[in-house]
Design a protein around this ligand. Structure first.
Ligand SMILES: Nc1ncnc2c1ncn2[C@@H]1O[C@H](COP(=O)(O)OP(=O)(O)O)[C@@H](O)[C@H]1O
Ligand SMILES: [Mg+2]
Length: 250
């Protein structure tokens, strides 16, 4: 059997104050998957995904990337598994948009010419070129999130994880972000997205995981699991109830 891209085995974490955490979570991620991780606030989504690039260490269990434990080489892990945090501000380190995107490749010690070429390509792809000299602090919420994605793309991460990417974004910004993420997935990048806005992703995602009280309670196809969302505190998309609502993705 082929080795899964990412394998989560019996993952357990508890916070030092004894509250919350996640319990005995197991699932595998295949190349090209687009996974929605749904669940009410406090169900453990952020705790789970922060383990996937080694930001949090498991109390029990392990995570394997290409068959190797991720803690063996955290630099490689963080290069392979990119994370776009819920709060884009916490991720910003550069003085300009350009520097921000260049930061990751610079740390990989890539050739300067190669870095510049790559940064320009990514800025163009995400429609950020006109903002290249701006201070990231002056960007709008949607622009900051795009910038965070640009920074991850510059690392050529195989897997990109998004934590509630639509929080505070209006409808056009959500649509534009969805189009970018869908395009990444189409070109082969593996996507895991924690969100409780399942409706936005109906036509994009391939698989749904549902968390409740720190446990993974469902893992399957979207069609099979939509009807179970509301019992776990996540709104069932209206689209399933009234077939006439168009998808969010343009
Ligand atoms: N840093 C922390 N210290 C203590 N408890 C935490 C911490 N972060 C999260 N928790 C608790 O762990 C549980 C899961 O939280 P979280 O992973 O943030 O859920 P979600 O992302 O689904 O909203 C919650 O009960 C939360 O209060
Ligand atoms: Mg969260």
């Amino acid at each position: 059997m082929a080795i899964p891209l990412l394998e989560i085995k019996h993952l357990t974490h508890s916070y030092t104050d004894g509250n919350g955490g996640i319990f005995d979570i197991s699932f595998s991620v295949s190349r090209g998957d687009f996974i929605i991780l749904a669940g009410r606030n406090g169900s453990g989504k952020t705790t789970l995904i922060r383990h996937l690039n080694g930001l949090l260490r498991p109390l029990e269990g392990e995570i394997r990337l290409h068959g190797n434990n991720i803690s063996k080489d955290l630099t490689l892990t963080r290069k392979t598994v990119g994370m776009v945090f819920q709060d884009a501000d916490t991720q910003i380190v550069g003085d300009t948009v350009f520097d921000e995107v260049a930061f990751g490749p610079e740390n990989l010690n890539l050739d300067r010419k190669l870095i510049n070429k790559k940064v320009f390509q990514i800025l163009e792809r995400l429609d950020l070129t006109r903002l290249k000299d701006r201070n990231p602090a002056t960007l709008s919420g949607g622009e900051k999130r795009k910038l965070a994605i640009a920074g991850i793309l510059a690392m050529d991460s195989e897997i990109i994880i998004f934590d509630e990417p639509f929080a505070n974004l209006d409808y056009p910004a959500t649509q534009s972000l969805l189009a970018i993420i869908f395009d990444l997935n189409k070109k082969g990048q593996t996507i895991i997205m924690a969100t409780h806005n399942v409706e936005t992703l109906l036509n994009s995602a391939s698989r749904l995981l549902i968390m409740s009280q720190g446990r993974l309670v469902e893992d399957g196809s979207i069609e099979d699991l939509l009807g179970k969302l509301e019992s776990h505190g996540v709104k069932e998309p209206c689209t399933c109830k009234i077939k006439a609502i168009p998808p969010w993705r343009p």
